[in-house]
Design a protein around this ligand. Structure first.
Ligand code: FES
Ligand code: FE2
Length: 340
């Protein structure tokens, strides 16, 4: 199977649930434009193209049809689509029977813990991550993005799960340039998940104004294939932060494509401490950390590689525990022999 064939069947973060309150949204997955909308109480995801004359449906509105059914309305000639995608009303010809071909091809779509996930395939494979820690009562939280990065999704995912760049890339935010050592990482790879973790020194710091207190911090990552990772940072038993990070490839993943790689990054954080703290300052701090990552990743060459690491001459080092397991997992998803 090609990487895009595998990816089309995955679940992708396409919107924050709260963003749909403002009406339909546009999303792009693997080069396909989608409309995402909440129509009545239901979610609708479909190609962002009206079957009549091709207008972009994400520029439309959600309104009630004459029979009070909630509908997504095309902004061009106002065909009304019900939440299952069926074309149900045309104001220019009320009561006319509308051809079946006018209906939208509705895609699988689900809301889970603040994020809306969709698949390009009617029969998705794989799982939506269980990010229930985000909406546990009594926590502080924020969402960040979605932000476009001109970086291949697998590179962003490997970077999120990489501990060895902290002392260099993040020395101005949460890391200390002196704490360079990465202890051996324990890792388990089962059923489309890769769990890994370590305890290492960094700063107990969540805003640029926090005191720079060095601490031994626990990191536990749970990565769900292909591009969704959760990191639990334990600064102390009563100071825990959850970072949930989903990358959606907006352009093809084909390593031979000449299109620039493009991804959309969705992130949400929760914490069980500083509940009255300044969430804006915490979110700004996280945005600055992400900018440190984005800046370095946008310099990485080649800009496209096989998601399994094929077609590129790179040197794996001892701390590349996650990337090695991740590339192996991709090889088996692409139907090749692990350890090739
Ligand atoms: S293009 Fe959508 S109704 Fe004509
Ligand atoms: Fe980083």
């Amino acid at each position: 199977m090609t990487v895009d064939e595998v990816a089309r069947r995955s679940w992708w973060a396409v919107a924050f649930e709260s963003a749909l309150d403002g009406g339909p949204l546009h999303a792009r997955v693997l080069g396909e434009d989608l409309v995402i909308a909440r129509v009545g109480g239901e979610l609708l995801a479909a190609p962002d193209r009206c079957p009549h004359r091709g207008a972009s449906l994400s520029g439309g509105d959600v309104v009630d049809a004459p029979d009070a059914t909630a509908c997504l309305v095309c902004p061009y000639h106002a065909v009304h689509f019900a939440s299952d995608g069926s074309a149900v009303h045309l104001p220019a010809r009320p009561g006319a029977r509308l051809p079946d071909r006018l209906s939208l091809r509705a895609l699988p779509v689900r809301a889970r813990h603040g994020i809306v996930w969709a698949s390009l395939d009617r029969d998705p494979v794989g799982t939506i991550p269980d990010w229930s820690e985000f909406d546990v009562d009594g926590r502080a939280r924020f969402q960040l993005g979605p932000h476009p990065w001109a970086v291949q999704a697998s590179r962003i995912t490997e970077n999120f799960n990489d501990l060895a760049h902290f002392a260099t890339v993040h020395a101005a935010t949460f890391a200390s340039a002196d704490d360079t050592v990465v202890p051996p990482i324990d890792l388990r790879s089962v059923d489309g998940r890769i769990e890994h973790g370590v305890r290492m020194h960094q700063l107990d710091r969540v805003t640029l104004d926090s005191p720079e207190v060095s601490a031994e911090v626990g990191y536990r990552y749970t990565h769900v294939m292909p591009f969704a990772s959760e990191l639990v940072i334990t600064y102390a038993p009563d100071r825990v932060e959850w970072i949930q990070f989903a990358v959606t490839p907006t352009s093809t993943l084909d390593p031979t494509s000449t299109d620039p790689p493009a991804s959309m990054v969705f992130q949400q954080n929760a914490r069980d401490f500083d509940l009255d703290g300044d969430v804006g300052a915490w979110s700004d701090f996280q945005a600055e950390v992400n900018e440190e990552d984005r800046r370095v990743l946008e310099t990485v060459r080649p800009v496209r590689i096989g998601v399994d690491g094929s077609g590129v001459d790179e040197v794996a080092l001892g701390f590349d525990t996650f990337a090695t397991a991740y590339r192996r997992r991709w090889r088996s998803m692409l139907g090749e022999q692990p350890g090739r």
